[in-house]
Design a protein around this ligand. Structure first.
Ligand SMILES: *Cc1c(COP(=O)(O)O)cnc(C)c1O
Length: 427
């Protein structure tokens, strides 16, 4: 089943190393961008490395075959105030192996443990790795809830398919993750703001230095109890608009959650931090389109220059933006609950200059990042070409009204305080 998508990328293993379609796209894309602008490019070129869905007859993921081996050394949930993101892990892990001749094997929940992999395993050499980030929440009745897991599963499959890893039945994996979350229930603090961060991960496990589709893979899920991103209330962050490095580009893989996308962002982030900024605001192209902030999507609320109408603006999913579940939720809630109050909700390309102009003309209302970890993260300033763009907060304010409203709406749904189809009760 894996062979299908690969043939579309390049017919031989050598071609896979530097798929001609990709290198050509990226460089001619950049040239075109300089001369004609991005709209012209998207009209001219449809980037199309779209792996077909699996049509394999091999066994899929089968939740009824789950085996559970409980740990003999149960750990304890660290004190709430000591929870650091991604440091402590729960007692167990969910694992499912795959290989090209037998398909998906029986899922296992077993004690959290090291993996044992040959040094030649393809994940270590060619980055056959993709992941997801989602959370399990405990509601007032003690039930465990996931938030829009279907969205994470859909994205996980798209990421996996793009790097020739196997795809899977989305409902089957959701079902297994729900069972896993229930087993780890005591690692989920029952307090609003706290949750169990879940990290579904897939790696290519074939032992080979040959560049080609992995003949075997491991899907696993680990879990880390986490506290509120802002334990003492919102703290607005300062950004550095980054024009000397690019996070994602047309025809690339910035819209997939591939591990390979993240390591190259650390040096620019360290640079920004050394100058006193918390995150990079990733710009793209000569036009300096605003894309994302750190590993979050980015929203700005402005007053439209012509109409004066309030507008909530974010970049479109053009292949350079990771389609966040939180982004999608913010947009949907805004369309449902802010549009009737006169807001316009817009997904379009916009430039850093537009933001700076809006700020200069007193039209910038607020700005925030969005992602699973923080839900929303208010932004105070953006440093751009030596100027400091003020993003609408008063000196004694840490969050704008829309940012706060979005956090409360989304949290209310996540913790089951508002009954909503996005909340998935694990039963
Ligand atoms: C994961 C991620 C996001 C946010 O996605 P959510 O599904 O909302 O957590 C945004 N941008 C990047 C680059 C990401 O990796």
């Amino acid at each position: 089943m894996l062979r299908l998508p690969l043939r579309r990328l390049g017919s031989s293993a050598a071609a896979l190393a530097t798929p001609p379609s990709m290198t050509a796209s990226a460089s001619s894309g950049a040239r075109l961008l300089l001369s004609r602008g991005a709209a012209a490019i998207s009209a001219r070129r449809a980037y199309s490395a779209k792996p077909a869905a699996s049509t394999s007859q091999l066994p899929g993921i089968e939740p009824s075959k789950l085996t559970i081996t409980e740990t003999t050394k149960p750990g304890t949930l660290p004190p709430h105030n000591e929870l650091v993101f991604g440091r402590a892990f729960s007692d167990h892990m969910l694992t499912i192996e795959w290989d090209e001749s037998q398909g998906w094997q029986s899922p296992e929940i077993k004690p959290y443990q090291n993996l044992s992999l040959d040094p030649a395993t393809c994940v270590f050499h060619y980055a056959f790795e993709c992941f997801e980030g989602m959370k399990a929440y405990k509601d007032k009745q003690g039930r465990i809830r996931l938030f829009r897991p279907d969205k994470n599963m859909e994205r996980f499959n798209k990421s996996a398919a793009r790097i020739a890893l196997p795809t899977f039945d989305q409902q089957a994996l959701t079902d297994l993750i729900a069972q896993f979350a229930k087993i780890e229930s005591r690692f989920i603090p029952d307090e609003r703001g706290y949750s169990l961060y879940l990290r579904p991960t897939m790696i290519g496990t074939q032992k080979t230095l040959g560049v080609g589709p992995p003949g075997s893979a491991l899907l696993y899920v680990i879990a880390s109890p986490v506290g509120p991103y802002y334990p003492t209330g919102f703290k607005a962050i300062s950004l550095e608009a980054t024009d000397y490095a690019v996070r994602a580009w047309p025809g690339g893989v910035g819209d997939k959650k591939l591990g390979a996308n993240y390591a190259p962002c650390i040096v620019p982030q360290r640079e920004a931090m050394s100058r006193g900024f918390q995150q990079n605001l990733w710009l793209f192209g000569e036009e300096e389109y605003v894309t994302e902030v750190g590993t979050m999507n980015f929203f700005v609320a402005i007053r439209n220059k012509e109409t004066g109408a309030k507008e909530l603006l974010t970049a479109p999913l053009d292949g350079t933006i990771l389609g966040g579940v939180t982004r999608d939720s913010v947009l949907a809630l805004a369309r449902e609950r802010l549009a009737p109050e006169g807001w316009t909700i817009t997904e379009r390309k916009y430039t850093m200059k537009e933001i700076a102009d809006a700020a200069a003309e007193g039209r910038l209302i607020e700005a925030f990042g969005s992602g699973t970890a923080a839900i929303v993260s208010p932004v105070r300033t953006i440093s751009w070409h030596g100027q400091t763009v003020q993003c609408g907060l008063k000196e004694d304010e840490e969050s704008g009204a829309i940012t706060t409203q979005m956090k409360n709406w989304i949290e209310g749904i996540q913790y089951g305080e508002e009954e909503h189809p996005w909340s998935y009760v694990c039963e």
